[in-house]
Design a protein around this ligand. Structure first.
Ligand code: SF4
Ligand code: SF4
Ligand code: SF4
Length: 379
């Protein structure tokens, strides 16, 4: 096989390592050349059949010795190509990461930002890759979008419960009719509670905002960049590879509080999209840069929430703050200048309630549901 053929083969393997299969084209191959050296291509091919392997399995599939594997993994993990952490039984597992969501793209832009020719070229290629993906979805909209709409939820909203202008708590009402009886672990609904669960907390930079910084379109909502948390083994991985730094619970809470002040939305991520399992990470997302937000969506957004915003008409003065602050365009003013929300777009983030000058918004808690928002179809 020639080197070009080996890159194509690596592209085919990596393109199926994540949830979204990528077109294997020139853009993808050019990107791979930034992250995988020619002498690492045979090793990547060892992941063709199985994307996660133990050392014994990898010795078989690659034909390499333990020392050779460790050396290759050490270099590839630093570039966000391979994830290397022990599983719950303490056995080291090596996982080939996808190019994005969550993989090389995220880890490459999670560290301290360097705006140089290399990163500019990488950002330009990712930009092209996202455009290619968008075209693929749009060209096959009627087939792909309904299929994706049935997929699992990617993230879960953890709401804000403080009203800023009045320094009061936001009113929370439990909708008993909707509150489902369950015997399973209920995920944390407060960021404070979530932070207390973890001994290892790492803080990295927001890769979406870094990516936009490199492209010359910086965030309109915040100057904060260090806002992405990883926990447990994800924290160990991002810290060991130099993508993040370990922080205390106190610092974590301070960053989360500042994120709320900036109107960012807390989004938690769980292993295999299973909200009964402990969170792997939490992001603090802005509306303008978030790759998983409505302004950039290529595929549908699917978000887990248990809350919905409800307005008290007696208190609402129709100022429109909630409409401006809402990330999903769920909030609007009706003809009587009273705030309303589209149920099917409300991810229960509480940002509207946080900024309402009247503290007129109540967060109603019901059963866990998935909010799915479809990308607009090209005209
Ligand atoms: S998902 Fe949100 S916080 Fe995470 S990197 Fe993207 S914008 Fe930043
Ligand atoms: S921010 Fe509060 S007062 Fe202003 S429109 Fe929204 S609900 Fe009404
Ligand atoms: S209306 Fe918008 S800002 Fe308010 S909770 Fe729903 S999604 Fe969040």
């Amino acid at each position: 096989m020639t080197i070009d053929e080996k890159y194509k083969r690596a592209g085919e393997i990596i393109s199926t390592a994540g949830g979204t299969p990528l077109p294997v084209n020139d853009t993808l191959i050019k990107l791979l050349k930034f992250f995988i050296n020619e002498d690492e291509l045979d090793f990547i091919a060892a992941f063709a059949e199985k994307k996660s392997q133990t050392m014994e399995q990898l010795k078989q599939s690659s034909g390499l010795s333990e020392d050779e594997i460790n050396k290759k993994v050490k270099d590839l993990a630093k570039r966000g190509v391979i994830f290397n952490q022990p599983n719950s039984k303490g056995i080291m597992v090596f996982r080939l990461l996808p190019l994005f969501n969550v993989g090389t793209f995220e880890y490459n832009f999670m560290g301290k930002l360097v705006i140089d020719d290399r990163n500019k070229e990488i950002a330009g290629l990712f930009n092209q890759m996202f455009a290619d993906l968008n075209n693929m979805v749009q060209d096959n909209y009627d087939v792909i979008v309904p299929m994706l709409m049935a997929g699992p939820a990617i993230d879960r909203t953890v709401p804000v419960f403080e009203n800023k202008p009045k320094s009061e708590p936001v009113k929370i009402v439990i909708n008993e009719k909707l509150e489902e009886a369950r015997d399973r672990v209920v995920p944390s609904q407060r960021v404070e509670e979530l932070i207390q669960k973890f001994d290892e907390i790492a803080l990295g930079h927001c890769f979406c905002r870094h990516y936009e910084d490199i492209k010359g379109t910086p965030c309109k909502q915040t100057d904060a960049r260090e806002t992405c948390f990883t926990f447990g083994k994800s924290a160990r991985f991002t810290f060991e590879q130099g993508f993040s730094r370990l922080i205390t619970k106190e610092e974590a809470l301070k960053v989360l509080k500042e994120a709320e002040e900036a109107g960012l939305v807390h989004k938690a991520y769980h292993p295999n999209f299973d909200t009964t399992k402990d969170e792997t990470s939490i992001c603090n997302c802005c509306r303008c840069c978030c790759g998983n937000g409505v302004d950039h969506m290529i595929a549908p957004i699917a978000n887990v929430t248990s809350f919905m915003a409800v307005v008290n008409d007696d208190l609402c003065i129709g100022c429109g703050t909630c409409v401006k602050k809402c990330h999903t365009y769920a909030a609007y003013l009706n003809d009587d200048k009273k705030a309303r929300r589209h149920d099917d777009r409300c991810i229960g983030c509480g940002v509207c309630a946080h900024f309402c000058p009247q503290n007129a918004i109540t967060m109603v808690k019901g059963a866990e549901r998935i909010v799915r928002i479809q990308p607009p179809k090209r005209k």
